[in-house]
Design a protein around this ligand. Structure first.
Ligand code: FES
Length: 162
C-alpha cells in the first residue's frame, strides 16, 4: 500500500471518533515511521480542526517525528533509576559516539536516537530499546557492539541487489 493510501486509510479509520487526533497520529507514525507535513492539512480537514491545532499537537509532543527515522530507532532511558545505575555517563558516550543529538539520525542513516523516560526495566538499567528489543545493563562497550552490529547489517543490506 502506498504512503498516500496508508494515510487515507488511517484517517478514514479515525474520522468521526471523539478525541481522534492523538490515536490517529500514533497510528500514522506506527505505519509510516513519522508524521509527514503533507498529512497535516488532510488530518485537519477530516477531524474538523484547524491546521494550527494539528500542527500544535504534532509540535508539542516530541514523540512525533516530522521526518522519516533511520533504519533503527534507539530509545535511551533518561529517567532517574537508570541515571542512578550509570545512564548519565553512558549518555555522554552515546551522544559522542553516534555524533548526533536527541531526536536526530546518524549521518549514515543507521540510527535515530530518541530519549525516553522509563522503559519499565529500572532494576536492570541503564536501559535501551533498540527497535522492539529491550536491552538492559548497557555499558559503553555493549552499546558500541550493538551499534556496530546495526551498521554492519545496514552495509549488508546495501550490498544485496534489489
Ligand atoms: S528508569 Fe530506566 S527503565 Fe525505568
Amino acid at each position: 500500500m502506498s504512503d498516500t493510501a496508508e494515510l487515507e486509510a488511517i484517517i478514514a479509520a479515525h474520522a468521526g471518533k471523539p478525541g481522534a487526533l492523538l490515536p490517529l497520529l500514533h497510528a500514522l507514525q506506527e505505519r509510516l515511521g513519522h508524521v509527514p507535513e503533507a498529512a497535516l492539512p488532510l488530518i485537519a480537514s477530516a477531524l474538523h480542526l484547524s491546521r494550527a491545532e494539528v500542527h500544535g499537537v504534532v509540535s508539542f509532543y516530541h514523540h512525533f517525528r516530522r521526518t522519516p527515522p533511520g533504519r533503527h530507532v534507539v530509545q535511551f532511558c533518561r529517567a532517574e533509576a537508570c541515571q542512578a545505575r550509570g545512564a548519565t555517563q553512558l549518555e555522554a558516550h552515546v551522544l559522542g559516539s553516534l555524533e548526533c543529538a536527541w531526536h536526530e539520525t546518524t549521518a549514515d542513516g543507521a540510527v535515530t536516537l530518541e530519549p525516553v523516560y522509563c522503559l519499565g526495566n529500572c532494576a536492570c538499567g541503564p536501559s535501551l530499546m533498540i527497535d522492539d528489543e529491550l536491552v538492559g545493563r548497557v555499558d559503553a562497550a555493549a552499546f558500541d557492539a550493538r551499534i556496530a552490529d546495526l551498521r554492519a547489517e545496514l552495509e549488508d543490506a546495501k550490498g544485496v541487489p534489489a
